[in-house]
Ligand binder design. Structure first.
Ligand SMILES: Nc1ncnc2c1ncn2[C@@H]1O[C@H](COP(=O)(O)OP(=O)(O)OP(=O)(O)O)[C@@H](O)[C@H]1O
Length: 198
């Protein structure tokens, strides 16, 4: 089912973050949302995920959908290693060996068993991403998932993300136009509550 955001407005106090925002997101496609800092990208993702309520307007197509999410923060259990963090959310049919193989694919060989508090920012980000990709989801919501990765690793991790999420609806927030282009879908620019498509 496609997702429709219809005339959504959201204010925090006097600050208008989204104004009459509408978009249709086709099922099984990638949509990248770009905007200056503070323009409302995370707010839009939170409304889509049902974590925030719009003041006006509606969202259709998210009902009874399983959401896989990478938040702006990693939200990992600090004392657990990457494998254990992922095991908390993934399908019970996925084995430890399989999780290790996925972590190795994003360049985390040798770090799978270290508590995540000892990992670098980019390693933690990849752990959070693999966790979302191995969770049972219909819709994947990614808030700057490639933050902190160098260009070479970023390309590998983006290819991996595209492969793993093939056929699923993906909504990605990024500041980087190259990322949006690489992910190869619709790109939305949000600005001062308005938006345009390219
Ligand atoms: N819970 C909240 N209470 C009050 N103001 C908020 C709240 N959440 C967000 N805002 C404000 O709404 C605006 C949009 O925030 P949001 O996090 O959606 O922007 P963003 O585009 O994701 O920014 P960034 O690129 O910096 O992550 C900001 O001015 C922010 O301060």
């Amino acid at each position: 089912m496609d997702i429709e955001v219809i005339n959504v407005s959201k204010k925090y106090g006097e600050k208008e973050v989204l104004r009459n925002f509408s978009i249709k997101i086709k099922e099984g496609t990638v949509t990248s949302v770009m905007a200056p800092s503070g323009a409302g990208k995370t707010t839009l993702l939170r409304i889509l995920a049902g974590l925030e309520k719009a003041d006006e307007g509606s969202v259709i197509g998210m009902e009874n959908k399983r959401i896989g999410m990478v938040f702006q923060e990693d939200r990992l259990c600090e004392n657990l290693n990457a494998v254990s963090n992922i095991r908390l959310v993934c399908d019970s049919g996925i084995t430890v060996r399989q999780i290790e193989e996925e972590l190795q694919r994003v360049g985390l060989s040798g770090s799978e068993r270290q508590p995540v508090r000892e990992l670098s920012g980019g390693m933690r980000r990849r752990t959070a991403l693999v966790r979302a990709l191995l969770s049972p989801y219909d819709i994947l919501i990614l808030d700057e998932p490639f933050k902190g990765l160098d260009e070479h690793k970023k390309n590998e991790v983006m290819s991996y993300t595209l492969e793993k999420s093939m056929g699923k609806t993906v909504i990605l927030v990024t500041h980087d136009e190259n990322e949006a282009k690489f992910m190869d879908g619709k790109i939305i620019f949000l600005n001062n509550g308005d938006h345009r498509l390219i």
